[in-house]
Design a protein around this ligand. Structure first.
Ligand SMILES: [Zn+2]
Length: 357
């Protein structure tokens, strides 16, 4: 099968489109999916650069998000069958550890992600547990393959952050940093669904204008404006109830500073660096809560798929590349130019990745 792979650690120069071995038939409880599209995440860039402690078996197939058609099922699989269009939950859990048994699959002690610990979705075929394959909800107009591929990782991550962890309520004020990023964009939309007032930041005025069309109540350009001072003024010195973080070092101090009394800071990433400064006095005096979050559990995944099925949270696709140009897709992600998700289409028949849409 054709696959976009990493052949050695250390950057995009080590990626290539190659003929890789097929994954073989699905085992018990697994399905094999003929992928029609994949979507890129920051995670994929981290994998390409080399995550500490990771040991890949090269060539390593990249890509966490994907959608396609089930082409084979293993023993004991019910609920999906050959020919079914599905999208994939990229998080694979063991269903045996104490966290899995408590229903918290993204806390699994053996948690694995497609494209990081397991072969990924930038390929013609992938084998996954059947429970990771969700039938595409019927929508009008129908979900395109790139839209279906773009849904899972960022929507699940943002849902757990905003709803389960921070428990954003109607009328609360939420600050979302860097709204051009996939998780931040999903967090903006979910916070608006919850009835919150959202302050969104970006370094791009064009992205801020787009954020306003999605319901952002106030937008701040964090390159040209002092976010902490602006938030203080906007909230009559009170601060915000919730900050949604994935920037890390560059914003952490401000994220703590802008919280109102009783405020919650929820983070799922540290793109600019993992060491942030926390003024501990603010933490205790203001009764602040700092919470971490990664991906989401299966109940949360079912809930976001249900919402997609009633027309909410439909993914925004930035640009679609053929599989042959996957490297260009990664380069666009690296430059941070996108609004919405960057997707890659995979066409089995020609292998060129080209498909009329
Ligand atoms: Zn587990």
């Amino acid at each position: 099968m054709r696959a976009f792979v990493l052949r050695a650690a250390g950057g995009l120069d080590h990626t290539a489109l190659v003929d890789a071995p097929d994954p073989g038939p699905p085992g018990p409880g697994q399905v094999r999916v003929a992928l029609r599209a994949a979507a890129l995440n920051q995670l994929d860039l981290f994998v390409v650069r080399g995550l500490p402690g990771s040991e890949y078996r090269y060539p390593h197939v990249l890509g966490a998000d994907g959608a396609g058609v089930v082409d084979a099922v293993g023993d004991g699989v019910t609920g999906v069958g050959p020919g079914d269009p599905v999208m994939l939950n990229p998080g694979v859990s063991c269903h045996a550890c104490e966290f899995c048994r408590a229903g918290e699959h993204s806390l699994c002690v053996r948690y694995q992600l497609l494209g990081e610990h397991l072969p990924g979705t930038l390929a013609e075929l992938v084998v996954v547990p059947a429970r990771n394959a969700a039938p595409l909800p019927p929508l009008e107009p129908a979900l395109s393959w790139p839209e279906a591929a773009a849904f899972s990782l960022v929507t699940l991550t943002a849902w757990r952050m905003v709803v389960t962890r921070a428990q954003v309520k109607a009328g609360e004020t939420v600050l979302v940093w860097g709204v051009g990023g996939g998780v931040s964009l999903a967090a903006l939309r979910i916070a608006k669904l919850r009835g919150a007032r959202v302050i969104a930041t970006s370094s791009s005025d064009a992205k801020l204008a787009a954020a306003r069309t999605l319901g952002a109540d106030v937008t701040l350009n964090h390159r040209t404006q002092k976010v902490a001072a602006e938030v203080r003024a906007l909230t009559s010195k009170r601060g915000v109830d919730v900050v949604v973080e994935n920037v890390g070092r560059a914003t952490w101090e401000d994220s703590v500073r802008v919280l109102a009394k009783g405020g919650r800071l929820v983070t799922c990433g540290a793109t600019t660096g993992p060491m942030g400064v926390t003024d501990i006095r603010r933490l205790f005096w203001n009764h602040l809560t700092v919470m971490g979050s990664t991906m989401g559990n299966e109940a949360e995944y079912r809930e976001i798929v249900r919402l997609l099925g009633i027309g909410e949270l439909r993914p925004i696709v930035d640009r679609v590349y053929p599989l042959a140009d996957a490297r260009a897709a990664f380069e666009r992600l690296e430059r941070g130019e996108q609004w919405g998700k960057i997707a890659v289409e995979i066409d089995r028949e020609t292998g060129s990745g080209k498909r009329e849409t």
